[in-house]
Design a protein around this ligand. Structure first.
Ligand SMILES: *[C@@H]1O[C@H](CO)[C@@H](O)[C@H](O)[C@H]1NC(C)=O
Ligand SMILES: *[C@@H]1O[C@H](CO)[C@@H](O)[C@H](O)[C@H]1NC(C)=O
Length: 281
């Protein structure tokens, strides 16, 4: 029978704690958490407080030319941090850039996540894997709470996998297609809708808050749901909030065309998929 001194027992307990219950993401105290963009004093725990990117946008596409994804669902563009004022950073940590998200997720055993992304997180020009890497490199690395420093027993790219999981989890709570169709807003080649109708329908799944709705001319193709967060962006509490960018759609006459499967193979002409800067102009 092994002989344990009190000291070695303590070492075992600490080792168990590190390897077991608290391995992975550092926990955030639920009582001390401050809602991002709402602190009135300095907050120092940068694993439990999103700053400077305290507003997080869950961005979705309605891609019709070429059509991507299921005909009865919007698709994922990403999760973007914003400095609580419409300004934002990009490419915040080149040392953590990745090029092959698929292999990272496979190596982490996240095959269900990958399958979901292959159905709902699709590029309309480059490969999906390149698109995913772009989303992490450009936007994900700017979310300060999704950082190796926020883990115990950190394993390579752990935070990258957690980023993709969180984006998908959040997307699943924001079923734009169903919210719109419940309000009688269905894809059509003939009908048009007002911005107020869109906002009312989407407010129903977003705490009554508006969204940023983007149009090419009169045709809707993308939207931003804004959140502030209690705790880490990985598993904190996302609170809906008001948009920090204006919608670019007209107030009426908005077209919401069906995804036409016959256009699936064609390339979109003109508009860049990643045209966030253009949208701000
Ligand atoms: C986030 O994960 C950490 C570590 O597993 C846990 O301690 C904490 O309670 C979680 N927070 C929420 C809000 O789920
Ligand atoms: C909110 O917290 C950040 C990060 O600690 C700090 O830089 C900023 O000054 C704080 N805001 C206010 C109003 O105190």
């Amino acid at each position: 029978m092994p002989f344990y001194t009190p000291k070695s027992l303590l070492a075992i307990a600490v080792a168990d704690l590190l390897a077991g219950a608290t391995a992975g993401l550092i926990g955030c105290s639920t009582t001390d958490e401050v809602l991002s963009c709402h602190n009135t004093t300095e907050v120092t725990d940068m694993c439990c407080f999103n700053y400077p990117g305290g507003a997080l946008l869950q961005v979705q596409f309605w891609d019709t030319d070429p059509a991507t994804g299921p005909t009865d669902s919007w698709t994922i563009h990403g999760l973007w941090p914003d400095y609580c004022d419409g300004d934002y950073g990009e490419d915040c940590d080149t040392s953590r850039e990745v090029s092959d998200v698929q292999t990272i997720l496979e190596d982490q055993g996240r095959t269900d996540l990958l399958e979901y992304m292959e159905e709902y997180w699709l590029s309309d020009d480059e490969s999906d894997n390149e698109f995913w890497a772009h989303e992490w490199n450009t936007h994900g690395t700017c979310i300060n709470t999704i950082d190796p420093d926020c883990y115990t027993d950190y394993t390579d790219n752990e935070e990258v996998g957690d980023f993709f999981q969180e984006v998908v989890d959040l997307f699943k709570t924001l079923d734009t297609y169903t919210a719109l169709s419940d309000a009688g807003i269905t894809p059509s080649n003939d009908a048009t809708y007002t911005l107020a109708e869109f906002q009312s329908a989407l407010g129903d799944i977003h705490g009554g808050y508006e969204v940023t709705l983007l149009c090419d001319d009169d045709t809707v193709y993308e939207l931003y749901y804004y959140f502030n967060v209690y705790g880490s962006a990985v598993n904190g509490t996302y609170e809906p909030t008001s948009p920090l960018e204006d919608s670019s759609c007209p107030t009426s006459g908005i077209k919401y065309p069906p995804k036409d499967s016959s256009s699936k193979k064609t390339k979109r002409a003109g508009r860049s998929q990643r045209g966030r800067k253009n949208q701000k102009a």
